[in-house]
Design a protein around this ligand. Sequence first.
Ligand SMILES: CC(C)(COP(=O)(O)OP(=O)(O)OC[C@H]1O[C@@H](n2cnc3c(N)ncnc32)[C@H](O)[C@@H]1OP(=O)(O)O)[C@@H](O)C(=O)NCCC(=O)NCCS
Ligand SMILES: [Zn+2]
Length: 259
Amino acid sequence: MTLSSAPLDTTVWWAHTSAASERLLRLLDRSERERQSRFRLQADRDRHLLGRALSRLVLADRAGCAPEEVTFDLRCRSCEEKSRTGAEGGRSGPEGPHGKPVPSGAARGWEISVSHSGEWVALALAREAPVGVDVERISEARDLAGLAGYSLADDEQRAWNALPEKDRAGAFFGYWARKEALLKATGLGLSGGLRRVAVSRPDTEARLLSWEGGGGPGAAWLSDLDRGPEYRSALAVLTDREVALTVHPPERTADLLRR
Ligand SMILES: CC(C)(COP(=O)(O)OP(=O)(O)OC[C@H]1O[C@@H](n2cnc3c(N)ncnc32)[C@H](O)[C@@H]1OP(=O)(O)O)[C@@H](O)C(=O)NCCC(=O)NCCS
Ligand SMILES: [Zn+2]
């Protein structure tokens, strides 16, 4: 087996919001603390704190450096493309620097993705292959048909419409998580267009089927992650290699956060 065909190690850590504690604030840099203080809801503060603190701890461990030596560049590919083509918007976007946190400093070469929803925070990590993770709490209350019209590709929408009412919410968030994981891996984010990215039906093995209009990844590995019946979650790794996935449960992550 040549080196390039060896499986790519990818790791996911799950954190429960109950693991958030004031102690972790020391791991945030100045701009992260400022952002932290702007969230009005405690739940948003907890999720943001956990995502950033966990990212620093894990990257410091992998890179063999102190957590404060781990820095991030924020990269929004949507805005980068707009500024390249001269369209409106630019590197900074509407709220200043934003986008995918790309490890820099001592942790350069590692790739991460963070997602939070409800009580859960997920961190995905790989070496030199972009990763994207998404977790979504299933919600029945929203205008699902409207959201489906906005986010599902035509074939996805047909398959979704044919589902019995009781399966629709779970299937919708299943589609959404897979598509958003791919969009986050590329760094495009939702501005990349959920409808352009077509994935397999949520009751079948996760796969990227097509990326309308170009700009998609050359190759993508996609998988669902299990976070119980109230959530849907997916992981995308932009690689043509097999992926060797390790998933750390919340108890294990809580130990790491307490150290
Ligand atoms: C950023 C975005 C992908 C987040 O999706 P979400 O379901 O709301 O939230 P998630 O919890 O799954 O992900 C949040 C994390 O995604 C990461 N992220 C932000 N922008 C990203 C991008 N372009 N690509 C990949 N990851 C991104 C951040 O780490 C963020 O964590 P943080 O808020 O703690 O910093 C989505 O809201 C989006 O694309 N927004 C951009 C809309 C916008 O402002 N457009 C105009 C400028 S481009
Ligand atoms: Zn942007």
